[in-house]
Design a protein around this ligand. Structure first.
Ligand code: SF4
Length: 321
């Protein structure tokens, strides 16, 4: 074998080297109160501190094949008579400091949050709460509205394949609309936390690398990677999540492609042994944080010379990202 190939460091080694060059040894672990979470290494202390709100309740015009509204059903619905401000005032009384405002989508891929934009501004200014948005695609008025409201960050799923937009999301939008949304949010100086769902096209990789290429054109707060979980009672319930090998390679290539961008593993990923394998792969690839880490991962990260930090808000909702 050619000696140069033999000496070529593996993608994993390269990726971890990139991490060491661009970041200190801190690694972030997140356990938002969206669900009860406890391991021998990490236990929630105040599940109320972070809450997620849906501006459409459990209504959505898309019924995506991987979700079918399951993601928004557990969120706190906004009662339109009472309004978002009053809802947040009550949550603050119970100890909530950060809210994620999201909701179902319209056919064009937009989440209808603009009628709440004045309340969003008041929640920040009068209640001093942190507001993270999880929008769909946005237009200029929405980007400007979010900027004027002073939101702390904007998350959105980036879909890199037109077939997935059509066959999975049933959305009247294009990859260009996601690109334009990233441009508008960047132009208005918002801190963006784009999400890529690995294995989104019925468990297969299709647009993930195109989504990564799209995202890396922009200055973002953090890149959030989640993995398809074939959810019960959805059209994808019988699909298989992507192979851990494909996921591991994507982690490494994302680390190398975006060397000084914080890359975090979000809440959604299959559990059990699958989770143990991909969480270890995330550490080995030099990623910066993991939500709901598998048992033993925190100690493993210490053996790699990393210093764990613990948060009880969603990974995309770190203000100091
Ligand atoms: S648009 Fe969002 S809430 Fe609606 S089905 Fe798709 S992923 Fe679920």
């Amino acid at each position: 074998m050619d000696s140069t190939v033999a000496n070529e460091p593996s993608l994993e080694v390269k990726a971890f080297e990139v991490r060491k060059l661009h970041f200190d040894n801190a690694i972030q672990y997140y356990a938002p109160g969206l669900k009860r979470f406890e391991t021998s290494e990490f236990k929630q202390s105040n599940p109320e501190i972070f809450q997620s709100i849906s501006v459409t309740g459990s209504a959505c015009a898309l019924n995506c094949d991987h979700c079918d509204k399951k993601i928004i059903e557990p969120m706190i619905p906004v009662n339109n008579k009472e309004g978002l401000f009053e809802l947040c005032r009550k949550l603050k009384e119970k100890g909530t400091e950060t809210v994620l405002v999201s909701g179902g989508s319209m056919k064009n891929g937009q989440v209808p949050f603009m009628k709440h934009i004045e309340d969003i501004k008041r929640v920040r200014e009068e209640l001093g709460m942190k507001i993270m948005m999880h929008t769909g695609v946005v237009d200029e008025a929405m980007a400007k509205g979010l900027k004027d409201a002073g939101v702390d960050g904007v998350a959105l799923d980036i879909i890199g394949a037109q077939e997935t937009i059509k066959d999975v999301y049933h959305m009247d939008a294009s990859v260009e609309d996601f690109d334009q949304s990233m441009k508008l949010l960047t132009d208005y100086g918002l801190s963006i936390r784009p999400h890529i769902i690995l294995g989104l096209h019925f468990g297969k990789f299709l647009g993930e690398y195109a989504a990564l290429d799209l995202i890396k054109k922009y200055n973002i707060g953090a890149l959030i990677l989640v993995i398809l979980v074939p959810m019960h009672d959805t059209p994808m319930q019988n699909e298989k999540p992507p192979s851990t090998e494909e996921v591991e390679t994507f982690f490494q290539k994302a680390r190398i492609a975006m060397p000084d961008t914080k890359i975090l593993i979000g809440c959604a990923r299959p559990g059990g042994e699958y989770k143990e394998i991909v969480d270890k792969a995330a550490i080995d690839a030099g990623l910066n944080g993991i939500a709901y880490p598998a048992e033993g991962i925190i100690e493993y990260s210490r053996t790699k010379g990393l210093n764990p930090e613990f948060y009880e808000h969603a990974c995309s909702c770190g203000v100091d990202i």
